[in-house]
Design a protein around this ligand. Structure first.
Ligand SMILES: *Cc1c(COP(=O)(O)O)cnc(C)c1O
Length: 395
């Protein structure tokens, strides 16, 4: 087949996700044939004449490298529109601007601490209302609805307790009230889960994690297919000014090419490590959606294509948590996830430090909880490192 316009659409439909990830929206630059998408490191663009534009005016609003990534994100997340932001928080902050004071949003209680802080410490002050609940419990979700509920915002699997919310059921419920379902899909990535195909209205990503995948750049995304929301979201992106820089957009495009192979390996390593941790005498409980006795295992199989690379666990003794963080040597003690390097996080003080103690504890985030982002190293090396760190706990 001939590919003259240099777009993936030109290759015809039916391409698999792995192929779309490698080639992106535009597999080569139609002007030069460049295989790698050019980085348009330009803040502004020359106009041919008054009232004429190349389609590019000023890079906060539109930039060719960012646009390529936005089109690619839409393609791989089953959406019509993609919007790229400097960070995941930038994406969420712009998204919330389509709502107005007086609006009520229902939010997963077990979620990224930065999202909680943004909603609670800023938007509540501006007159928004939030209910933080266990959205995996449908009865509680139903009971939290109010006449002014405009959206449900979920993370599934949740962070860090790995609870799974039924996306289809949740979409049905909020749609019956004319509201939106927003899904933060950072944990599984579009490779394992496509919430829009299950009825969600807007997908959020911290591209800092699996999408970019190398612990080297920040980014955030919104993907959706709602013609009625696109103008408002673009306007918010342009007005808030948290647009993704061209070089960082290119880094994410580069990362996406290997997303499929990375996710498979993250998951294979996570399965090995979760099973090993489960047998360890100093570990009380392991949270991993890939265990067949996970309470929502069947739901995961039904709405996702995989379980991802995140494993949380309780150590039996709280004193083991700081000892582990001190004694791991290959695995790094750092706050983030989804990159090539394995990272061990202590949610109670790091990712979830912004959440009040009572709410944290009721969600299960206590001082015995550790969260491991399983990287792409050899699984035996990772297990040996954990084994060694646990042995040092005993001293
Ligand atoms: C990291 C993260 C965010 C925030 O993204 P940044 O890129 O750090 O701003 C939002 N949601 C989830 C689930 C995350 O892990």
């Amino acid at each position: 087949m001939e590919n003259t316009t240099g777009t993936t659409q030109d290759l015809g439909g039916g391409l698999s996700l792995e192929t779309l990830l490698v080639h992106g929206a535009t597999p080569f630059d139609p002007h030069t044939g460049a295989i790698s998408s050019p980085i348009y490191q330009s803040a502004t663009f020359r106009h041919p004449a008054l009232n004429e534009s190349t389609g590019f005016d000023y890079s906060r609003v539109v930039n060719p490298t960012r646009s390529e990534l936005e089109r690619t994100m839409a393609l791989i997340e089953n959406g019509k529109y993609g919007l790229a932001f400097a960070t995941g928080m930038g994406a969420i902050s712009s998204l919330i601007k389509i709502y107005k004071p007086g609006d009520h949003l229902i939010v997963s209680e077990d979620l990224y601490g930065g999202t909680y802080r943004l909603f609670k410490e800023y938007y509540e002050r501006y007159g928004f209302f939030f209910s933080f609940i266990d959205t995996s419990d449908f009865d509680r979700l139903q009971a939290a609805l109010r006449p002014e509920t405009k959206a449900v915002f979920i993370e599934t699997p949740s962070n860090p307790m790995m609870k799974v919310t039924d996306i289809r059921r949740c979409a049905g419920l909020i749609h019956s009230r004319g509201g939106h379902l927003i899904v933060d899909n950072t944990f599984l990535s579009p490779y394992f889960q496509n919430p829009l195909a299950l009825g969600a209205d807007i997908v959020v990503h911290s591209g800092t994690k699996y999408l970019a995948g190398h612990n080297d750049t920040l980014s955030g995304f919104l993907v959706h297919s709602r013609d009625d929301l696109e103008d408002a979201l673009r306007e918010a992106q342009k007005s808030e000014g948290a647009s993704l820089a061209p070089f960082d957009a290119w880094l994410v495009l580069r990362g996406l090419k290997t997303l499929a192979v990375r996710m498979e390996r993250h998951q294979a390593n996570a399965v090995r490590i979760a099973s090993w941790l489960r047998r360890h005498p100093r570990v009380e409980q392991v949270f991993f959606t890939g265990f067949s006795d996970h309470p929502q295992y069947r739901l995961s199989l039904d709405q996702s294509r995989g379980f991802g690379g995140m494993v949380s666990f309780y150590v039996k003794n709280a004193a083991d948590a700081p000892a582990l963080l001190k004694n791991i040597s290959l695995i790094l003690f750092a706050e983030s996830l989804g990159g090539t390097e394995s990272l061990l996080t202590y949610p109670v003080v790091q990712t979830h430090g912004a959440i009040p103690e009572q709410m944290r504890l009721s969600a299960g985030v206590n001082d015995r909880l550790m969260r491991l982002s399983v990287g792409l190293e050899n699984a035996d090396d990772l297990i040996a490192d954990l084994d060694d760190a646990f042995r040092k706990c005993e001293l």
